[in-house]
Design a protein around this ligand. Sequence first.
Ligand code: ATP
Length: 331
Amino acid sequence: MKTIGVLTSGGDAPGMNAAIRAVVRTACQSGLNVFGIKRGYDGLINNDMQMMDLRSVSDIIDRGGTILFSARSEEFRTQAGIQKAIDVCRMRGIEGLVVIGGDGSFRGAKELSEQAGDIRFIGIPGTIDNDIPCCDYTIGYDTCMNTIMEMVDRIRDTSESHGRCFVVEAMGRYAGHLALNAGISVGATCILVPEVPYDFEEDVIKRLKRFLATGKQHFIIMVAEGVWHVNGSDPKGSCTQMAKEIERLTGIESRAVILGHVQRGGSPTVRDRVIASRMGYMAVNLLMQGQGNRIVAMQNEKLLHFDMHEAAKMTKGLDRELYDVAHIISI
Ligand code: ATP
C-alpha cells in the first residue's frame, strides 16, 4: 500500500482534528502518501482533495470541528455516486481509506469497499452522540458532555436566583447517553431519555411537587432530543410545551432551553484528543498490516478493532444502572 485517503463524514465532532493529525503523521512517517479528502464523500466523488504532509496538520489538535470539513452526501448513497468515488480513488492511487464519522459513514465505506473489491477502509468512530454499538466511547462525546455541563451550570445560576424550573434539551439523536451523563453532572431533578419510558404526570409533575414540598425551589429537567421521537412517550412534543405544562400544573415558573449546536463545537478535552490520536495511529497501522473493513473501538478502556459485519450486528443500550443511580440521588 502506497497511498491512502482520510475523510470526515456525518456530523462534526470535537477531536476529529486530532484523529486527522494522527492519521496523517502516522502515514507520513510510514512512507505512505496521504490525501486529505474534503467534505466527506462529496469530496471523494468530486476529486476534491489535497496531499497532506507533516506540517499540514500543525496547530489543529486543539481545534473543534474538522479541517477537512464534513458533509452528508446524497449522491454517495447511489451506486453511480459510489462508482464515481471508486474511479477517483483509482485515478489518485488510493488503496485505503480512513473514514472518521458515525455508523452511516461506515455503511457507506463498506458499500464502496465491496463494490470496488480492492479498496480497504478503517472506520474511526467520531460522533458526539456516542451511539455506535461496538464502542463504549466515540470521539467528541467527552467534549460534548463537558460543554453541556458548563452550559447547564450557568442555567442553574439563574434557575436558583429566580426559583425557576428549566427544561433543557440535549442532543444525542436517538440515544440518551449525553443527557444521562450530563444530567447527573449537573444534578438534574429528572432525566428523560428515549431508552426509558416515563409517565409525565407520575415521573415529572408528581416528582416536582414532592421536591417542592421538601423545600427545593429550583429544578433542572434534562431531556434528550430523542425523547420527542419515541412514540408513546411524552405527549408534550417539545421543551417549550413541556415547560408550559410544568408551569400550569405545578405553578413553578418554567423556561425551556434547547442547547442546540453549541454542543458540537469547542476545543476537545484531553480524553477526546488522546483517544482520537490513538485511534488515528491504529487505523493507519491496520491498513499497513493489510487489514480492512474494520472499525476501531474503545471497549472497557481498551482500544480494539472489529470487523465491519461483526460490528453491525452489535447492539448497545443505555447504562441502566447509571440511570437508576441518577433517579435515586437527584432528590
Ligand atoms: P452522525 O452520527 O454524526 O450522524 P453518520 O456517519 O452516522 O454520523 P449519516 O448521515 O448517517 O451520518 O451518514 C453520513 C454519510 O454516509 C451519508 O450522508 C452518506 O453519504 C453516507 N452513507 C450512509 N449510509 C449509506 C449507505 N447505506 N450507502 C452509502 N452511503 C451511505
